[in-house]
Design a protein around this ligand. Sequence first.
Ligand SMILES: Nc1ncnc2c1ncn2[C@@H]1O[C@H](COP(=O)(O)OP(=O)(O)OP(=O)(O)O)[C@@H](O)[C@H]1O
Ligand SMILES: [Mg+2]
Length: 289
Amino acid sequence: MRKITSGIYGLNPLLDGGVNENSTTVVIGRSGAGKTTLATQFIRRGLQDGQEGVFVSLDENKEQIIREAVEMGWTDILDYLDDEQLVFIDASGREFSNFIRKELPAFVADWKGSNARIAIDPLTPVLWSTKDLYEQRDLIGFMLKQTRKVGTVLCTLEEHGSTDLTGPETVIPMYLADCVIHLRFDHGPSKHTRELQIIKCRNSRHDPDAHPYEILRGLGIVLEGVDVRHVPTAKGPSQLRQMLLTRALPKDVRDRLEKSLDGLTDDDFRGLKPEQVLELILQEYAKGG
Ligand SMILES: Nc1ncnc2c1ncn2[C@@H]1O[C@H](COP(=O)(O)OP(=O)(O)OP(=O)(O)O)[C@@H](O)[C@H]1O
Ligand SMILES: [Mg+2]
């Protein structure tokens, strides 16, 4: 999997180097969590590297999104728009659902392989365009599969009520997306807390912990407590791999296990104790045991 840098300060190390190219990510958060900021930051990072950007806006109109980006200090957005490297699609949920059903294949045929970044903010009205859960699943599934052919896709999703992400509006996109990021936003009477947590990421390691973040003018979302010196690609062999070498095992089993453990670091084991994992492996492969 090729990784692209997200543009979100501190997120790449949590995703083993960045977002998987041609994948679909859903970012879930309450109002004010920073969804639009994150989507703009992601698109803008691509623009800086010469990638095209498509911003599909379903709630706010183009002018509002641009005004917010400019307020954020991201005035270069205006130049990318002038150069048509950034394209806006201003639509309501119903219009966009019809676009998905009728015009998306032609759009994909046009843009296929262009390696653009696509943001859809927010996906929620698309879900609301039909009550039928099967149809919702079909529509979102089709949209994600198609848009992935054009480039790397990031959709935002509104979170309503409880923060356990079990509501029907979150469950369907969560199943269908490759990567799910939760922006947890709590606003008590005296203070705000914001935390980002990666819920799942297909085809990649990811950090499972919640990380506090701030939204800063000029920078956007910045995560706290991310060890940037920890480079996940510079892998030392795990303790388990070392231990394995000292144990008696048939050669074919050892070779296979060595291959499985290739590239794993001690960090990957998190709470698991390497010596216990080794015992489980040995038990699994013990002849007659
Ligand atoms: N120019 C700015 N300078 C500093 N902070 C900003 C700026 N613009 C936005 N923010 C911060 O980002 C927060 C909102 O972010 P954003 O609009 O991305 O949230 P959202 O999740 O998209 O909300 P909604 O669901 O209402 O669309 C603001 O409440 C503010 O704290
Ligand atoms: Mg928003």
